[in-house]
Design a protein around this ligand. Structure first.
Ligand code: G3I
Ligand code: 9MR
Ligand code: ZN
Length: 585
């Protein structure tokens, strides 16, 4: 394995000069041309920036006393401050001092100059400072589209792939045989698999982004093929995956777990992956699995209400699918999935589907107002109350919180007022606790030591989402503040001083475990993609090679080989979109 830096320079030297110049000029167009001399990794800022009225904090990890904020265009000092006292961050081992420049409200582009240390990466202060970042994060889903040609257009020349995975077939484990040309959906991650469970939480989170932040995102043009068709682009993009999810449903209402090859393909472009794309089931009757089926029920139930004003037929199709899926889960309440013999792509295995069913019941109630769904929810929700106090309540395997929150968000007549009050109270208490520990955390991130798992950056984003949902249930500026703190961590205020979004900020990571980025001819990876982040579990060889005894926040390497710390995935990307949408004016 070559080192990442070495690989990049090898690649650069094999590229024509015009392409390199084009890449550099497109960086300039993104507003990242400042700071050619580079920032100090000892000064950690959100490399995108801060909202004018919000707290503004940077982190310095070598001893210093004062700092200045300077305007990038003319180096004029606009703010002077004193660094806070040093405190040890146990999760990274860093000695951290805070630079607080909250009082700087003036819109502009700046950097921090810390006497004796150096300068930071450039950042901006602006009302719509995260608008382009939202655009890139949401548009990244378009880049993940399967079954169609993709072209990111003039802003990112060369970021294209031809139509891929245009054929499908039933794997013997599905209980059927022959062809099944289930085209469409999003590639899950750095691999080309499509997995219903992970699609479930992802698509649900994005539909919630619409439901909660619709007015903020409605008119944002994502420059996708459907743009201008009268439907908001976020819904156009989500529909691409919904159609595939709906096609994963069998006639009996059950949903097959996944559609992948039997093993992961090599690092090739999607159109060059010719391994058969197989609809994979549990290997024995009823072949479909409950978690996948309940996730489809939940997501299709949300889609039924969301698409109603734009395409009533599509909404009705979703509702019918959701009902059928629900009925299937009543018949088969806990059929779990494990990779059948000979299959070793992602498993997304979950031995308990009660939380998925709770989520489905709550969304179906919210959409239809039909009593049996409410009865199911009211009878079962008390079992799931503790999940709200869980460190990180939502993830691909645990969706109870989504069920509880959606029920509490329901404005439908007949919604159980006691349950709503109870859920609201517990959600707010959990959010307060998160705010408290985030404020105490030297990096102002909500992660606990035990949260540095595979996809910890997704956990960060999900904390942000949890806080913003709490803010809808019971508005509190401190919830919003901590949600934004988590965003600042992802965009550079972390121990590596790295922006974990490709092509965002002056010091982004470069080597995601992402086949189209690794196999393509572009110097930089596909834009707008969130890395999985530090993972103390070290489930790949690149992480195993890191020094022993590293603190959890440091177990990360910007190396394509590190799928356990540097892969991208749709279920981490979705709460990032949610979080970014929340910052928009
Ligand atoms: O079940 C144990 C639990 O008992 C224990 O307390 C906990 C401690 O960390 O670990 C739990 O299992 C973890 C499991 O996720 C469930 O959270 C495993 O250690 C961990 O290795 C596993 O990671 C998953 C990984 O696939 C490997 O299966 C990630 O969450 C999941 O995001 C990731 O997803 C992959 C797909 O399989 C394939 N496509 C790419 C995608 C992203 O990397
Ligand atoms: O590329 C795969 C990635 O999407 C998965 O998250 C990861 C873990 O399941 O596996 C990756 O594939 C690797 C495989 O597991 C082992 N051989 C190397 C593959 C990637 O280079
Ligand atoms: Zn594909």
């Amino acid at each position: 394995m070559t080192t990442p830096t070495c690989r990049l320079s090898t690649r650069l030297s094999t590229l024509p000069i015009w392409l390199i110049l084009l890449a550099i000029s497109s960086l300039g167009a993104m507003g990242t041309a400042y700071g050619a001399e580079g920032g100090s990794i000892q000064i950690k800022v959100d490399q995108v920036g801060y909202l004018p009225g919000a707290p503004k904090v940077a982190v310095v990890t070598v001893a210093a006393t004062t700092f200045e904020v300077k305007r990038a265009s003319d180096n004029v000092t606009v703010f002077k401050g004193t660094l806070g006292p040093a405190s040890l961050d146990a999760d990274s081992g860093d000695s951290v001092q805070i630079a607080d420049f909250t009082k700087l409200h003036q819109a502009g582009t700046y950097y921090l100059d810390v006497r004796g240390v150096g300068r930071s990466w450039t950042f901006s202060i602006r009302r719509d400072v995260f608008l382009h970042t939202y655009f890139l994060a949401m548009r990244a889903f378009y880049g993940q589209r399967c079954g169609t040609a993709v072209d990111l257009g003039p802003e990112f020349p060369g970021y294209t792939h031809a139509a891929c995975h245009l054929k499908g077939e039933f794997h013997p484990s599905s209980g059927k045989q022959g062809e099944r040309d289930n085209i469409g959906g999003w590639h899950d991650a750095g691999d080309y698999g499509r997995y219903v469970v992970n699609s479930g939480i992802t698509t649900g989170t994005l539909l919630w982004t619409w439901e909660i932040f619709g007015p903020k995102v409605k008119s944002i043009n994502l420059h996708i093929p459907e743009s201008g068709n009268g439907t908001p682009d976020i819904l156009n993009e989500i529909r691409w995956n919904l159609e595939w999810m709906l096609n994963m449903q069998d006639e009996d209402g059950g949903v097959w777990h996944k559609q992948t090859s039997e093993h992961f393909p090599a690092f090739v472009m999607p159109e060059d992956d010719h391994l058969p794309s197989e609809v994979i089931g549990t290997g024995q009757a009823p072949f479909k699995s409950t978690c996948a089926t309940a996730d489809l029920a939940a997501v299709a139930a949300i889609a039924a209400r969301v698409y109603q004003p734009f395409d009533a037929k599509f909404a009705a199709r979703n509702l019918e699918a959701a009902r059928k899926a629900w009925l299937w889960t009543e018949k088969y309440p806990n059929v779990v999935f494990k990779n059948p013999q000979g299959v070793n792509t992602g498993e997304y295995s979950d031995n308990y589907c009660g939380d998925e069913r709770l989520w489905a019941a709550a969304e179906l109630w919210r959409t239809t107002g039909e009593v049996p769904y409410d009865d199911y929810f009211v009878k079962h929700y008390p079992d799931f109350r503790p999940s709200l106090e869980a460190p990180s309540p939502e993830g691909w395997r645990e969706v109870a919180a989504l069920g509880l929150w959606t029920y509490a968000l329901s404005t439908r007549k007949g919604t159980d007022a006691t349950a709503v009050a109870d859920i609201r109270k517990r959600t707010v208490a959990a959010a307060r606790a998160i705010v408290e520990r985030t404020r105490k955390n030297p990096y102002r991130v909500s992660l606990l030591k035990k949260d540095y798992v595979w996809g910890s950056n997704g956990v960060v984003a999900n904390y942000g989402m949890e806080l913003l949902v709490a803010n809808v249930l019971a508005p509190d500026p401190s919830f919003v503040e901590s949600a934004q703190d988590n965003l600042h961590y992802l965009l550079g205020r972390n121990t590596f001083s790295i922006s974990w979004m490709t092509q965002v900020g002056e010091n982004p990571y470069h080597h995601p475990h992402h086949r189209p980025s690794g196999a393509g001819k572009n110097v930089e990876p596909w834009p707008g993609l969130l890395s999985g982040g530090p993972n103390a579990g070290r489930q790949d060889d690149a992480l195993k090679k890191l020094p022993q005894g590293l603190p959890p926040a440091k177990v990360y390497v910007d190396d394509q080989a590190s799928y356990a710390s540097n892969e991208i995935a749709i279920n981490w990307q979705a709460p990032l979109v949610f979080l970014l949408a929340g910052t928009l004016p």
